[in-house]
Ligand binder design. Structure first.
Ligand code: CP
Ligand code: NVA
Length: 292
């Protein structure tokens, strides 16, 4: 049975995830081979900033034969107090699927509860599943098989870390998260949690990091976060402690000199720009799965 929505990625079975990545790889080779959204519209609600998510969803939906309808919250009646429930009813009468980028996960759950079309989480405070799909596609391109790989995430235990832990586990990837006290994930999906970045990267095939201050974090906490997370920079030295041939990953946007060194960001071992491109291919496969 195909999933109704993609709010966390846990809606997919391991087989569906495997199939999604297969399809994504196929669509990357032949981007115009699917017309699954022919003459259909997908609404994309943005309550937070975006470059990659907006660009990759818009371009991907066009490649699938559909029309991406970008809705900035401030232009809609949501900004004037119309409920999520009523918005879900109205959008469901007009579009094939709804993507949403916002803060509260409850809001996305409420949207999905009332919508009769698939709802896709394009980033919330707690989850970023579309990013993790693209990251697994990137690992698959680099290493072939995913089963048995180890991915180390170093830095803030945030939405990206959580989605990697959950969706990585579904794919058979060992995920190890290194974060200081107060910034670590809750125990999730069998991920290994440690405060020690060198322990996390030992034998890792990929070392991943993300910003230290996320869009849903209060700006007042920024300096405290930078101070606490400073020992967790993804540097050449840390990468050298991972498995031979390990790659460096980052979901972007990056702050070189903070969570990642400039040398790693633009270095030979990164696959970061592939990740950014793979958002489009993975999301197209997700739209096929949900709307096909
Ligand atoms: N990685 C990612 O989601 O980037 P944007 O915030 O630019 O969409
Ligand atoms: N953790 C970051 C990811 C940006 C793509 C944020 O939520 O802002």
């Amino acid at each position: 049975m195909r999933p109704n929505d993609c709010l966390t990625g846990e809606e997919l079975t391991p087989d569906q995830l495997h199939e999604l990545l297969e399809r994504a790889a196929w669509l990357k080779r032949d981007p115009h081979s699917s017309n699954v959204l022919h003459r259909r519209t997908v609404a994309l609600i943005f309550q937070r900033h975006s470059t990659r998510t907006r660009v990759s969803f818009e371009a991907g939906i066009v490649e699938l034969g559909g029309h991406p309808m970008v809705l900035r919250t401030e232009d809609t009646q949501l900004a004037r107090g119309e409920s999520i429930r009523d918005t879900a009813y109205v959008l469901s009468r007009n579009v094939a699927a709804i993507g949403i980028r916002t803060g509260p996960d409850e809001l996305v759950r409420e949207l999905a509860e009332h919508a009769t079309v698939p709802v896709i989480n394009m980033l919330t405070a707690a989850h970023h599943p579309c990013q993790a799909f693209a990251d697994l596609l990137t690992l698959r391109e680099t290493f072939g098989e995913l089963e048995g790989l180890k991915l180390a995430y170093v830095g803030d235990g945030n939405n990206v870390a959580r989605s990697l832990a959950i969706i990585g586990a579904l794919a058979g990837v060992r995920v190890s998260v290194a974060a200081p006290d107060g910034y670590q994930l809750e125990p999730v999906a069998g991920a290994e949690l440690t405060w020690d970045p060198y322990e996390a990267v030992r034998d890792a095939n990929a070392v991943y990091t993300d910003v230290w201050v996320s869009m849903n974090d209060s700006p007042e906490t920024a300096q405290a976060r930078r101070d606490a997370l400073a020992p967790y920079q993804l540097s050449d030295e840390l990468l050298a402690a991972a498995a031979p041939g390990a790659i460096a990953l980052h979901c972007l946007p990056a702050h070189p000199g903070e969570e990642i060194s400039e040398a790693v960001l633009y270095g030979e071992r990164q696959r970061i720009w592939d990740q950014a491109e793979n958002r489009r291919h993975a999301q197209k496969a997700l739209l096929e799965l949900l709307c096909g």
